[in-house]
Design a protein around this ligand. Structure first.
Ligand SMILES: NC(=O)c1ccc[n+]([C@@H]2O[C@H](COP(=O)([O-])OP(=O)(O)OC[C@H]3O[C@@H](n4cnc5c(N)ncnc54)[C@H](OP(=O)(O)O)[C@@H]3O)[C@@H](O)[C@H]2O)c1
Length: 318
């Protein structure tokens, strides 16, 4: 199909985990009817050049600069919108960025936006609920609540939107210091403060492939919230899978959310609250992330065992 007859998807975060998965999914399907416009702040970076080499149109924009987003979205059919909490730790900033993306999407007349969001946990745990501390003055799980609070900005702007609920990246075990740690006796321990409750998880690059499935489905998912995951597993089940993949014992260390918040690394309080929310609302949280729907959207969706098979050699300390 000639490029000029293809529907252009503008992808925010194209050099990152979620957006990068979508860029590659589109490029790997040249007959799919879509072309990709990769958005980066620096078109000269190695990652940006690599995307251009693979066949993506690469353009510059910043989610903090609405004018740049308007230019980057112009002429596109759709956009994938994501924010970057861990770059600044500010839910307010994420909300402002979502507002700018929604305004730019409306201005460009986009026909379909996917907003990568998460639950506003305050709908389940109001600020008055002292089971977990209130953080940054008005949030329970700042990196969730800001995204959920921003959902209505897309609807209010009149943008045809799919709200994509993502899941815990298993890649956090490689890059975010969440992999198994060696204890005093040399045994590996996998910390997850969720007792015996199940954590929906996903290979980060499968998020983009699922987003591609949503675009390919046409109007079916517009106005809907769709949750995705590759597996729902308890800490003990994840530890057992890690043990099988690494060929050595890995024990689940079921610390409490209080203990986790006390670990002291930047964001430990936010993540401690997040795991507590996922533990206390397991039914709702897993229920919002159907494995069947996820595999329909992305037939290549990996299980934890399949992901481990590919990445076990990269797990630090193991
Ligand atoms: N880790 C998890 O388990 C998990 C699970 C669910 C959801 N999330 C959420 O995922 C979000 C992050 O997505 P990700 O993991 O795909 O990000 P990522 O891999 O960290 O990628 C971020 C990319 O976005 C670009 N970027 C950063 N700031 C930007 C800005 N101001 N304007 C435009 N582009 C910018 C950067 O590209 P350039 O340098 O090329 O501009 C970077 O390559 C976070 O908000 C987090 O809460 C994380």
């Amino acid at each position: 199909m000639a490029n000029d007859s293809k529907k252009i998807i503008a992808v925010v975060g194209a050099t990152g985990a979620q957006g990068g998965g979508l860029v590659r999914a589109i490029l790997e399907d040249p007959q799919g009817g879509f072309a990709v416009r990769a958005i980066t702040r620096d078109v000269t970076s190695d990652k940006a050049r690599e995307l251009a080499k693979l066949g993506a149109e690469v353009v510059a924009a910043d989610v903090d600069d609405e004018a740049s987003l308007k230019k980057a979205f112009a002429g596109a059919y759709g956009a994938f919108c994501v924010t970057f909490f861990w770059a600044h730790f500010s839910a307010e900033k994420e909300i402002a960025e979502a507002r700018a993306m929604a305004a730019a999407a409306k201005h460009a007349g986009l026909q379909h936006v996917i907003w990568s969001t998460l639950e506003d946990t305050r709908r389940h745990v109001p600020l008055s609920d002292d089971r977990m501390p209130t953080l940054h003055g008005k949030y329970k799980v700042p990196h969730f609540d800001g995204k959920g609070e921003a959902d209505h900005l897309f609807t209010d702007a009149g943008v045809p939107t799919t709200f994509l609920l993502t899941s815990f990246y298993w890649d956090n075990l490689l890059h975010f210091g969440m992999g198994p740690k060696k204890g005093a006796d040399g045994t590996l321990g996998f910390v997850l403060p969720m007792d015996d409750k199940k954590l929906p998880g996903i290979a980060a690059d499968d998020i983009g492939r699922a987003a591609y499935g949503i675009f390919k489905a046409g109007r079916e998912y517009i106005g809907r919230t769709v949750g995705i995951a590759g597996d729902h597993l308890s800490g003990a089940e994840m530890a057992a899978a890690l043990g099988r993949a690494l060929g050595r014992e890995v024990r689940h260390q079921a610390v409490t959310p209080e203990q986790y918040r006390g670990f002291g690394f930047p964001g430990a309080d936010d993540l401690g609250n997040m795991f507590q929310f996922k533990r206390d609302f397991e039914k709702e949280f897993c229920g919002a992330r159907s494995l069947e729907v996820s595999r329909r959207l992305n037939p290549k969706m990996q299980t934890f065992a399949q992901w481990l098979d590919r990445h076990k050699a990269e797990i630090p300390e193991a």
